[in-house]
Design a protein around this ligand. Structure first.
Ligand SMILES: [Ca+2]
Length: 279
């Protein structure tokens, strides 16, 4: 048994019968949280969605980030020359909107209170913005590809993805790495993690390019829930749409907003167990 880091903080615990370790150096070093081989993998709950409400969504939005804060829905879109950040009441045209000049490719967003972070895909920067006006405040270097981001406020860290099977933890002010965890489902890596949503210590992640969302225990990296999102649109609507890529928790509820790249609709849903699912 070995933890992959020399740490000021280390936690070893039994989670679902599996021995796991975690560490967070806080000094910018990259450390790994990993499951121990030979242990029993945790049970994965099989989930689907129940649609509570169907809302319109801009079919020209190549959605890369979605999050609710301040009663507003924030959305980031990609593609150079078409990348934006926008904010407004869910289901209504955005009250505010700002463009990203080419060649910037907008990616994940997360709101930090009065400011927000917007990642870019391969442009090597992240943009800090005023959450009210969306005006750009500063740019900071960002070494990896930017995919998804969400804020674990109670842990004082951001969680980010880069298209691999890891969650990377970052300082919320500098975006410097503090650690990472490998994401596994029943012992197997889950790759191409994309748009994120933090809910307590759980992290929900779209798996690109599928209509699948995984619910991850951010301590262990274990997938505890596997959400197969069924086809929610008509065949004609799907013909012009790309993949699911947008998940935003509705504060104060157990509901989520889901949409996708060039989707004409957005859905307010709850996650519910599949009949007979689990295991
Ligand atoms: Ca999100």
């Amino acid at each position: 048994m070995r933890l992959a880091c020399v740490v000021p903080v280390a936690v070893v615990a039994l989670v679902g019968g599996m021995l796991v370790g975690s560490c967070d150096t806080g000094d910018g070093a990259v450390d790994h949280e990993r499951s121990m081989p030979g242990q029993t993998a945790a049970r994965v709950e099989r989930l689907t969605v129940r649609v509570v409400e169907t809302l319109p969504h801009d079919p020209t939005a190549f959605t890369q980030g979605l999050e609710m804060a301040h009663g507003m829905l924030y959305e980031s879109t990609g593609v150079p020359g078409r990348s934006t950040i926008r904010a407004g009441r869910p289901g209504t045209p955005p009250a505010r909107r700002a463009k990203l000049p080419p060649p910037l490719f907008g990616e994940g967003i997360t709101v930090m209170g009065p400011t927000l972070w917007q990642l870019t895909w391969q442009n090597g920067i992240a943009i800090e913005r005023d959450a009210r006006t969306l005006a750009e405040l500063r740019r900071v270097p960002y070494e990896e590809e930017g995919w998804g981001v969400c804020h674990q406020r109670h842990r004082g860290r951001l969680v980010t993805t880069d298209g691999t099977s890891r969650l990377v933890f970052r300082d919320p002010r500098t975006l410097k790495k503090r650690g990472e965890v490998a994401v596994t489902a029943q012992g197997q890596p889950v790759g191409r993690l994309n748009e994120l949503e933090c809910v307590g210590d759980l992290v929900y992640a779209n798996v690109w390019p599928t209509d699948r969302i995984v619910r991850i225990d951010s301590h262990s990296g274990e997938v505890t829930g596997d959400i197969a999102v069924p086809s929610l649109m008509s065949e004609a609507e799907r013909r012009h749409a790309d993949v699911l890529n947008g998940i935003a928790a509705v504060p104060g509820t157990d509901q989520f907003l889901l949409t996708g790249k060039w989707w004409p609709r957005m859905f307010r849903v709850v996650f519910v167990p599949v009949a007979g699912g689990g295991g």
